[in-house]
Design a protein around this ligand. Sequence first.
Ligand SMILES: *Cc1c(COP(=O)(O)O)cnc(C)c1O
Length: 383
Amino acid sequence: MIAFIDLAAQQARIRPQLDAAVARVLAHGAYVMGPEVRDFEQRLADFCGAKLALSCANGTDALALPLMAWGIGAGDAVFCPSFTFAATPEVIPWTGATPVFVDILADTYNLDPESLEAAIEAVKAQGHLRPAAVIAVDLFGQSADYPRLAEVCRRHELKLIADSAQGFGATLGGEHPIRWADVATTSFFPAKPLGCYGDGGAVLTNDPALWDRMDSLRVHGKAVKGDRALGEYDPKYLNARIGMNSRLDTLQAAILIEKLAVFSDEIERRQVVAARYAKGLAPACLSVPTVIEGGVSTWAQYVIEHAMRDGLAAHLKSQGVPTAVYYPVPMHRQAPYAHFPQAPGGLPISDAKAATVLALPMHPYLEPDVQDRIIAALRGFNG
Ligand SMILES: *Cc1c(COP(=O)(O)O)cnc(C)c1O
């Protein structure tokens, strides 16, 4: 069976650096908030041109932390796509706020600025909820249309979060999403383009006061600069707000420093793999993904569409080619989320895409001959 994502190939490439990094942490023993954590945060911020990065326990908490830090809660509406991983809408009811589902663009699968605008106007007209924030998702690795989304958010005075769990490293016109968004978040789940060896996440921001509040929230609301005179007490035991425990392990930070060092090269390799798929599939009239103009995707997933998707997946499986469906049921069709409001006119694109999308094996170390076998298997489907 061909690998869907080959983490072993990456590990083999940087194994000596990883062993040395882990050994350094075992030697100093600062397993929580050790020196590698701050070092990694600085490198991560530098990588995408953000002032600051705040690491945390996973990409879900990374979405919750800014919402909590802004005081978003009951009576607030937070707009997000339905065609995404559960974590995107999940954090909204955590705070007491209400998710409002917005449709996506048919070509990029990312938030549709017109559906967003219509949803905001509808919420305002109803008058029950106060529009507060938007969570855009960089689905499958490519940047959402931030210039247009940020313009809508500015006009309606909404905070903008870029959920870059899949798209960390993606650019639009050479700029990362944090150029437009108030915060960008990411996940270091192992299968993400920049993953660690467990769970991890981060929030990027250019706002030092917001960073301080999120730093407090990730450690049980510990008192931070500006909260009050700390006197002689350990600030760990002075709690200025209700927070949580959401820290990135020092071991994971040490591993991520080594993975970040090869990340740019891996993004380039992913472009080569994506281009080879496009060249092999387009002439056979198979759909290939569209990238927003000026965008560079991290290709977290390489997603094609087919009217006989399930038959194609079964055919590929019989040829030793694994595939996956992201996402078979959009969030507004899932029981716990079905009662939340939607953009006027519903979410026809999200519903339609769920039936046709199919993700192919994609990683930076996919060898050309293996990829050609995948392409041949695809071309051999008589559906
Ligand atoms: C993976 C993912 C998350 C959550 O990340 P975890 O680290 O698993 O909590 C959030 N949003 C999207 C779009 C994701 O793909």
